[in-house]
Design a protein around this ligand. Structure first.
Ligand SMILES: Nc1ncnc2c1ncn2[C@@H]1O[C@H](COP(=O)(O)OP(=O)(O)O)[C@@H](O)[C@H]1O
Ligand SMILES: [Mg+2]
Length: 226
């Protein structure tokens, strides 16, 4: 088997701003994820799932331990290199989707491509294709404030996929979505995974989502328990 696309080595994160107590959010997490896996991370609220995702994605630094993505140890990089690496390889779907209120769905989703220098017309055509795939074909020209929470979430998902990142990290990507739509989104992830070999790491509370992943990683108290 080839080297895993993602490895964490004894990852520890201690938050020490909010005294009186230090919070040991991660207590030595060892994780290996193969290229092309769709993995769910599950566990009770506060067990460190979001913290782990932030470390994997280079959004925050561990107190100790290492994160490897492919052959690159991103924890050894200075901030500007992590940012560059992140832009080229990773994509996030956040619990709180940061869509721009003044932009339509098409414009929001096209934005990452425009930032990469694609012509507007091409970017917007690609944006429409992926919006249709997440079931938002009838909302192409609506702005976020004209959408339900679930619709906004689907726009955010489309935006995170449009650059075809190697790894997609998602924190409760289907939190606001019905089970029918959740299944649809998982089907899309699965198809992209098969077509493009993309790897998905999904933090979720949903047993349904977990059951549609290749593997479930269970966390508790800052550790992986199975
Ligand atoms: N920025 C922070 N400062 C202080 N404590 C934090 C911070 N972020 C998370 N924590 C704490 O770390 C623990 C793990 O949090 P988190 O990773 O958000 O859990 P989960 O996503 O599994 O609900 C919790 O006890 C939380 O309160
Ligand atoms: Mg969380």
């Amino acid at each position: 088997m080839s080297k895993p696309i993602l490895i964490t080595e004894e990852l520890v994160k201690i938050f020490s701003q909010g005294t009186p107590l230090e919070v040991h959010a991660l207590q030595g997490v060892n994780l290996e994820i193969e290229k092309g896996e769709i993995v769910a991370i599950m566990g009770p609220s506060g067990c460190g799932k979001t913290t782990l995702l932030n470390m994997i994605g280079g959004l925050d630094r561990p107190t100790s331990g290492k994160v490897w993505i492919g052959n690159e140890e991103i924890t050894g990089y200075p901030d500007h290199e992590i940012t560059k690496f992140r832009k080229e390889n990773l994509s996030f779907i956040f619990q709180f989707f940061n869509l721009f209120d003044v932009l339509t769905a098409v414009e929001n989703v096209a934005l990452p491509l425009l930032l990469m220098g694609e012509p507007t017309k091409v970017a917007e055509e690609k944006s429409k294709v992926i919006l249709r795939e997440v079931g938002m074909g009838s909302r192409l020209y609506n702005r976020p404030n004209e959408m339900s929470g679930g619709q906004r979430q689907r726009v955010a998902i489309a935006r995170s996929l449009i650059t075809k990142p190697k790894i997609i990290l998602a924190d409760e990507p289907t939190g606001d979505l019905s089970s029918v739509i959740s299944r649809g989104i998982m089907k899309l992830f699965r198809r992209l995974n098969e077509d493009l070999g993309q790897t998905f790491v999904l933090v979720t509370h949903s047993e349904l989502i977990g059951s549609l992943c290749d593997r479930i990683i269970k966390m508790n108290d800052g550790l992986i328990i199975s």
